[in-house]
Design a binder for this molecule. Structure first.
Ligand SMILES: Nc1ncnc2c1ncn2[C@@H]1O[C@H](COP(=O)(O)OP(=O)(O)OP(=O)(O)O)[C@@H](O)[C@H]1O
Ligand SMILES: [Mg+2]
Length: 513
């Protein structure tokens, strides 16, 4: 929320001053000195102490720079300093900051730029005034302007911005193929600078290939050593192992706790081969429809199709209970439209039960499928109350007979091969329905209010796949995820799909083996 009083509190002296003394503001033309001179961070002057590796990156004047990095290596902060420096040094220029999501971009704009950079620095606050800040735009007193957008939908919001200095953050999560759009804008600029950063990703991914087009510099404890010094693009690898505040014990601890992939991409900031991420950010992006909002129970048009609900009970600190409600708009293809999803943070199982019952009533759900484990009390209560339409579901490993409904009639219990059903959902997500020239996602997620649905992206993309050998000798794809990254929404979606399957009364015939 914008707080109009903020500037007054921070800069009472500015109220009565004109901008005349802007002429007297002088900024260093060395970006490192500029940063030390202008920036404060959490009440302290910005310092490069024990961060020698950052200095050459800050001072790098290459037109195109890409950094693959571990998490929390202070690189978004660099991006901000780089933009401030370039826009202040070059009057009348245009800067563009893009991140993968709305929530990341607004955090950059409202927290880092407005509250931390401008709010904590008198000199910057005069050069770029908080009262002129909006979450997408910050004008500077020298005629420069910074635009901040998310990379949703092929950089749609950025297409029309004639940028001189462009930053793309979280490169591992944006559609690299669409970067051409930005390069096009940059090519019309006499500056045309591009800076991209992100964690590691799959070996051979587009982000990896782009990074490889650069110098691929690594830090050898005193300097950056390029692997391909002849390349005009500069690229760096900045792992958590070189930052001063992470000890080798920290690294050992992280390695034990994290999946191999996550450790490699997020800690080492490197390219991972081996287990694959079957669902990518772009796959979920393509399901989002920014023209519609989630629908309230009393506004659902039941003539459009039956309504199904999946519930995954969350345990532990990071996991939440997730209800997923969708309507099947086409039974044959099938096509589903999400009506409602949320993270229930309520820990009382009694209240959780009430909340789910309320949703079942509000949306007049035709069939409910719940995770059989994880919430025995809730399951029992809901089964009792909605005996004719609530079913519990368990996963098992049985590729030869993936669906087992022998317990359905007697125990109200549906058993399904975990990999089979995850594969089914992956297919539903990744293979849209093609009708002539029209490409229609089989799952549509209303995203007009992005805040309500953006969180599910991580919950679908966190799963990894590896091949294991079963005792039968058969190869089997196993899906797993890091314990720090919950996948409750994915499973709630799966249960909602199972609800549709059960309702359809599919004849369980398939060819095994
Ligand atoms: N020079 C510095 N001294 C102290 N703290 C810093 C410095 N630079 C950045 N920070 C702080 O360190 C934290 C991590 O920085 P930042 O968010 O820029 O890292 P990042 O590499 O972009 O992380 P992520 O991978 O999560 O996007 C932030 O809270 C930031 O304010
Ligand atoms: Mg960052």
């Amino acid at each position: 929320m914008k707080d109009p009083s903020r500037r007054v509190i921070l800069y009472p002296q500015l109220e009565n001053e004109s901008l005349q003394h802007l002429d007297t503001l002088s900024f260093s033309d060395d970006i490192v000195k500029f940063t030390e001179q202008t920036r404060n961070l959490k009440g302290q002057p910005f310092s490069f102490k024990e961060r020698d590796y950052l200095l050459p990156i800050y001072r790098d004047k290459a037109k195109e720079i890409y950094i693959v990095k571990g998490r929390q290596t202070e690189i978004t902060e660099f991006a901000l300093n780089w933009l401030l420096f370039n826009l202040i040094q070059n009057p009348g220029t245009v800067g563009l900051y893009l991140s993968d999501r709305d929530s990341h971009t607004s955090k950059f704009s409202n927290l880092r730029l407005r509250d931390w950079a401008l709010g904590q620095s008198e000199i910057l606050g005069q050069m770029a005034q908080i009262k002129k800040h909006s979450s997408t735009t910050q004008p500077f007193e020298n005629g420069s302007v910074l635009y901040m957008h998310s990379a949703w939908g092929a950089f749609d919001q950025a297409r029309s911005v004639p940028a001189d200095f462009t930053v793309v953050d979280e490169m591992q999560s944006v559609d690299i193929k669409e970067l051409d759009v930005l390069q096009e804008a940059l090519s019309h600029s006499k500056f045309g600078y591009m800076l991209g950063m992100g964690t590691g990703s799959e070996e051979g991914s587009d982000w990896h290939k782009l990074w490889q087009m650069g110098t691929q510099s690594v830090w050898d404890s005193s300097s950056w050593v390029p692997k391909r010094s002849e390349n005009s693009i500069h690229s760096y690898h900045l792992p958590q192992t070189i930052v001063p505040w992470i000890t080798s014990e920290d690294l050992v601890r992280k390695k034990k706790k994290m999946t191999k992939r996550r450790f490699e991409t997020e800690v080492i900031g490197w390219w991972h081969k081996g287990s694959q991420k079957p669902i990518l950010e772009q796959d979920i992006h393509s399901l989002f429809d920014r023209t519609y909002e989630l629908v309230l129970g009393n506004q659902v048009n039941k003539t459009h199709g039956k309504i199904f609900m999946g519930v995954d009970w969350g345990g532990g600190e990071k996991a939440f209970t997730v209800p997923w409600i969708w309507q099947c708009l086409d039974e044959e293809i099938p096509i589903f439209k999400l009506l409602y999803v949320s993270k229930i943070e309520e820990t009382s199982i009694e209240k959780q039960t009430q909340m789910i019952c309320q949703l079942i009533d509000d949306y007049d759900i035709d069939r409910i499928v719940m995770d059989a484990g994880g919430g025995p009390y809730q399951v029992q209560k809901i089964e009792e109350r909605y005996a004719e339409k609530a079913i519990k579901c368990s996963y098992m490993v049985r590729p030869a007979e993936p669906i087992n409904d022998t317990k359905l009639d007697l125990e109200n219990h549906f058993v399904i091969d975990r990999t089979f059903i995850i594969d089914t959902i992956i297919d539903l997500i990744k293979r849209p329905y093609v009708k002539g020239k029209q490409i229609i996602p089989k799952i549509s997620i209303p995203a007009k209010n992005m805040d309500r649905v953006e969180w599910i992206v991580d919950q679908f993309t966190c799963i990894e796949a590896e091949t294991i050998s079963l005792r039968s000798g058969q190869d089997y794809t196993r899906y797993f995820h890091d314990s720090e990254e919950p996948d409750d929404a994915l499973h709630a979606c799966i249960y909602a799909y199972v609800a549709w399957l059960v309702n359809k009364g599919v004849q369980w015939n398939w060819i095994s083996g």
